[in-house]
Design a protein around this ligand. Structure first.
Ligand SMILES: [Zn+2]
Length: 313
């Protein structure tokens, strides 16, 4: 009997000890979790403050800004700003987020990683009244606010009728050494008068006619004051004249290869649309790189005409 009794006492003791160990293990684990959480939070706050400090002490880098290396995801957010209920329920809008990411990633968000909400709120709270932040946000608004449509009509019977690459600042020599300040959208068939050019925005026709460099060109001033320049057309939509108010998607003329000579010169280069976007800034009117915007818009246009979902990067 006594053997059993001592056995049961022994068991109780072991059980109690094990419980104690388990309890202290749980406590230790909790402690480790709390300490790690505190350390991670502190690190986040330190990193956020470093970012805030850096941005506050830098002035706007116009050259990097003009390259417009913006991920499709951020472009999608700003272009759907008006009809995105998510944006309305948040204190910060898509332009704040675009400006934030642009500054955090030094004007290149092509491979950006999302910042957690607590940190982005912390950074935004400190920066929304910062001069550089506000200036940059304004430029993004001018650029994107009125954009709706890819400037070459995409048809359902083809995958894409055009090709284009990022040629921002590529050297050009006609008319003296200069840099390319736009995107060339080339007809895959290189056939003048085949593809329809449409307005990317609502706006007013400000220029129409021959330019030695641009050939037959049309310039549209959008509501936000941004100038959209469509060059090298083969022919115009005759119904459009200077001063007319037009809508996004309106037919402007046919793609061509006009320019680089006296009026009527054609065939000096491949058939393409030169598309330029010019915004007003503190340093005067500046061109911004349309490439990433056009890449996004073309994917969207193609997914609409072919019904395929194209991955948004
Ligand atoms: Zn060009």
């Amino acid at each position: 009997m006594s053997f059993k009794k001592s056995d049961s006492t022994f068991c109780t003791n072991v059980k109690a000890k094990l419980e104690k160990i388990a309890q202290s293990t749980i406590y230790n684990l909790l402690l480790v979790l709390i300490v790690s959480w505190a350390v991670v939070s502190m690190m986040n706050i330190i990193v956020a403050n470093q970012i805030i400090h850096r941005i506050r002490n830098e002035s706007l880098d116009y050259e990097l800004f003009r390259e417009m290396k913006i991920s499709s995801k951020l472009i999608e957010d700003v272009l759907s700003e008006d009809d995105n209920p998510y944006n309305k329920s948040n204190y910060y809008d898509s332009y704040d987020m675009l400006t934030l990411y642009s500054l955090v990633y030094n004007y290149d968000t092509l491979n950006f990683k999302k910042i957690n909400k607590r940190n982005s709120d912390l950074i935004l709270r400190s920066l929304v009244y910062d001069e550089t932040f506000r200036e940059l946000k304004k430029y993004y608004q001018s650029t994107f606010k009125d954009i709706e449509t890819f400037p070459v009509l995409q048809t359902s019977d083809e995958e894409a009728n055009v090709t284009f690459t990022d040629t921002w600042y590529a050297p050009r020599s006609y008319g003296g050494d200069r840099r390319h300040e736009g995107t060339d959208i080339l007809d895959k068939d290189n056939a003048r008068g085949r593809l329809k050019i449409v307005s990317m925005t609502d706006g007013v026709v400000e220029k129409k006619g021959w330019l030695e460099m641009g050939g037959y060109r049309i310039g549209i001033r959008s509501e936000s004051g941004t100038y959209f320049y469509y060059a090298h057309l083969d022919s115009y939509n005759d119904d459009i004249k200077v001063g007319d108010r037009i809508s996004a998607g309106d037919f402007l003329g046919y793609m061509g290869d006009s320019g680089y000579g006296p009026e009527g010169t054609k065939g000096e280069f491949d058939v393409h649309l030169h598309l330029g976007i010019y915004i007003d800034s503190k340093i005067g009117e500046i061109a911004v790189n349309p490439y990433y915007i056009l890449d996004y818009l073309q994917n969207k246009a193609l997914s609409q005409v072919t019904g395929q979902n194209i991955e948004i990067r």
